[in-house]
Design a protein around this ligand. Sequence first.
Ligand code: ANZ
Ligand code: ZN
Length: 858
Amino acid sequence: MSTSERYNAPASEAKWRAAWEEADLFRTQNDDPRPKYYVLEMFPYPSGRIHMGHVRNYTMGDVVARFRRAKGYNVLHPMGWDAFGMPAENAAMQNKIHPREWTYANIAAMKAQLKSMGLSLDWSREFATCDVDYYHQQQRLFLAFLAEGLVTRKTSKVNWDPVDQTVLANEQVIDGRGWRSGAQVEQRELSQWFFKITDYAEDLLDAIDGLERWPDKVRLMQRNWIGRSEGLRMRFPLKSTAPDGSTEIEVFTTRPDTIFGASFVAVAAGHPLARAVAAARPDVAAFVEETQRMGTSAVAIESAEKKGVDTGLRVAHPFIEGEVLPVYVANFILMEYGTGAIFGCPAHDQRDLDFALKYDLPVITVVRPNDAPDTFDVGVEAYTGDGVLINSHFLNGMSIPAAKDEIATRLEGRMMGNAPQGERKVNYRLRDWGISRQRYWGCPIPVIHCEACGIVPVPDDQLPVKLPDDVTFDVPGNPLDRHPTFTKVDCPSCGAPARRETDTMDTFVDSSWYFARFTTPHETSAPLIPSIMENWLPVDQYIGGVEHAILHLLYSRFFMRAVAKAGYGNCPEPFAGLFTQGMVTHETYKDEAGAWVFPEDVVVRDGAAVHAKTGGPITVGAIESMSKSKKNVVDPDQIIAGYGADTARWFMLSDTPPERDIEWTDGGVDAAHRFVQRVWRLIGEAIPRMNDTGSGDGLVLRKASHGFVRAIENDIETLGFNRAVARLYEWANALQKALADPETPGSALRESVDAMIRCFAPMMPHLAEECWKAIGNEGFAAAAAWPTVDESLLVEDTITLPVQVNGKKRAEVTVPKDASQAEIEGVVLSLDEVQRFLEGRPPRRVIVVPQRIVNVVA
Ligand code: ANZ
Ligand code: ZN
């Protein structure tokens, strides 16, 4: 294309993408001797089409990849598909299409879209987690973990989604409803497979400190999720033996200091004691049942009214002779935490206080704020702050930590039966990771149930356990359960007829090691090759949405620890640098009837928004994250087809810091597109002048150019893409100015243009190639090195000083940095602004404060 023409982005871009592909430019070799750099964006779920969030995410990753390549690294930048999961099964049910077909068709469509963005991905490493080869290796990992004792099977109460007919993790229950179906979740007892992530609770928590290139908010979320508490287990003797024969209740408390404020003991509905009492007491049985239906999610528990029922049982207070406390079953006690039982101290715990007020239990204040008198009394709001112990016998006057320690020490030293009455204990909120899903479209759990032998792992030579193709989705439930042959298998151990496991793995398992598999994506001998994986990991820069801040990232961290234990290579922290990008937002629109309207159907006529087709009035609503449900979406395909990928990429990087939400506007896109054209025009103007000799030294342009290279390099290294963009706007202005000056020598113009192309190549890679060729360079801009900065050109050799006359600032002077006092004085006195005040007379005094200011006294 001639540089006198307008730049035809769509045509040019397709040509360059084909050229890159032909040259196989982005294929990465594992044995390349250069230093490695691994950049990864969270891989997409193949829903069918990419959205603007993907465009933003992958553009950022691609800038980093291209930049690091230019800096001489061997860059790994792969892409794959997080392809198992329920939407494929839902599609199968709704559209009578096999999940496999649906998924691979979506992958093909999305791959074409991603390719149109000009991403420098090594497609040779692509895989989908639903590829048999991938889940085969995942089954091997599962069995290795099983052999290492990292997998268990337990019956546990699970959240059952009656619509999707599946078990949900606690975090998939939102306000008591399934996260996908929105159905009211029920509680069920099921035998489930678990990964023992709790074995690593302490390690996972401690190692967060070392994740220095992670956002603080994500580190905090992980800390809270793991939820370490230091407390005391203490045993309360029952005054009379309970129906199940127990003679005591053990509670977990983090506030043993408040023991003199205890007014009741409560157990969870799932506690054995509650069940035992329920057997003989219909009111207790009814309460237990009602509570268990409510669900175990933290939100469900927090938001529900605090309720309970008195069991009639009584325990003895450990420090007050003759004092007894009633034992309740209460709905705010979780069976899965601590011991499933507490002592309640209403004055210092809001839940306990709500409960005490409802059931008329005593409220005894035992901690006062540091600055309050001993008569301090809690009203209807529990006091949970720091303070001093009151109303507490031997604890009176102590600080909370001292009192905690005192109680712990006393109870540890006091025998009850043949064990101490108290035991210091660290508790974690983190639960084992339940990975069983009663679904078809997931990785089959490779075990066999034999009546004689129990659980038998599928032998390696019988792997993979493949998903059968012939399944039906016409009835709810797990199609594997009702498959005619899948479940029928001979026991590998004794040969007797046995039953194949039909649970498949949580899709979070698939995404917990894909980043490691990218290092040897097609290896069939093993899931991972330690030496190669250790060479590539950790991922140097991981980029994705903050919605994965907890589960995906925590599971992956656990997984790599398990991988190490199983002997597949040692890299416990998979992501050295993590960046969570903001969302893409857009205005919302509604028509007269209140229905959402797509942005492409809205036009402005006479200053008012109207429907492009009907002409009816449109109400412009809030700016919100793009979502299909509100129709405030813009299709990446349309933008790329109309303006080109570089415009879309440039827009995504402009103006807004990458961690913040970016608002997609037509105006912003037009501005990005104008800049693409402007760069093309400017470079076109520069080309005929590049051989000019020019009378000047071109230093102004040269210094500016080298300064921009250094600044942009820093910007990209710190992911400040919007700052890099701003510098390129400045650079274009500087170039334009230099072009207007006939004295600018061609060599300086060539140097500047050449460096500029290399600097915007990571962001607008297609335009870079077209310009690269136009200035007569060889090869690809995408394979070119980052410009080297001439440090001597970065040194400032002039200094600008403010000039005051009689104490008021009147002017500025720019002088050589090493100018003498006399030289500076001479320049200052010759200034018009200074002359005006002197009116021909010599100044009374001139004071030069070196490097700071010049004062003239007239
Ligand atoms: C007595 C007490 C007095 C408590 C007081 C708090 C304040 P974290 O910090 O989250 O670990 N607890 C213990 N097990 C529980 C369970 N299974 N379900 C619901 N609540 C439970 O919280 C520990 C505190 O939460 C424990 O300390 C216990 O109440 C309660 F002024 O014991 B505390
Ligand atoms: Zn057997």
